[in-house]
Write a protein that binds this ligand. Sequence first.
Ligand SMILES: C[S@@+](CC[C@H](N)C(=O)[O-])C[C@H]1O[C@@H](n2cnc3c(N)ncnc32)[C@H](O)[C@@H]1O
Length: 233
Amino acid sequence: MWAMSMHNQTTQMNIPLRGLFLILCVALIFSCSSINKPYNYKRFPDNYAEIKHEYETYYHLTACKPGETIASIGAGDGITEIQISCFVEGITWYLEEIDSSRLYQFEDVLTYHEKLIGSSIKADFNLVMGTENSTDLPHGIFDRVLMLNVFHEIEYREGIMTEIHQLLNEDGVLIIMERIGKKAGEIHGDCKYPKLMEPGFLQEMNDYGFILKSEQLGEEMSNLMFYTFESKI
Ligand SMILES: C[S@@+](CC[C@H](N)C(=O)[O-])C[C@H]1O[C@@H](n2cnc3c(N)ncnc32)[C@H](O)[C@@H]1O
């Protein structure tokens, strides 16, 4: 009898609580759907959990640390760097591109992510226009230079790769993320550039004066690899 009345009491209390929960869910759905995506692009997350998943699955492999000064060559609209900054605070970023239309999208992508997570992102962002042959980035200040899905698109690699030695500070490292081919002749689905094959890529990096420090698999199916290099110059 006691147990039953307790059960009833609980049920009675649950009805208003359930109502409140439903109202909160509906409010949340409406507040999320009111954040318009800056442009139609499949990589935009719909919620914080998706950003966290991307970071914990892939981008933590860039090993970016709080307070570092980091250049990203070929940063596109800066979405990856913005997402890393949701989890690693106080980075001073230099986002470099040769396509100004990608850099113009940056502010909207930042605003979108800040609305999604409900707070400002604690990082400094500097946008830099480079050229095919030169990054135009300041020398000697970078703890880390990132090239995320970019190396295979660079037409005049020698100039850019040689310049990176001058960009890094004494302990600086270069992180290259690439989807590496599993067999010769594979091409990237989006840009149609040929995929790199690992032996040729590592030989090329050695010729540019970089020592491989570590390599990590980010995702098996597309053979997404993260390489860390040190300068031997
Ligand atoms: C596949 S997108 C990757 C963009 C971004 N890193 C990302 O992961 O979303 C490659 C980018 O590299 C840029 N790019 C190509 N050649 C470049 C060069 N020489 N210097 C700087 N960026 C370059 C392109 O404009 C393009 O935005």
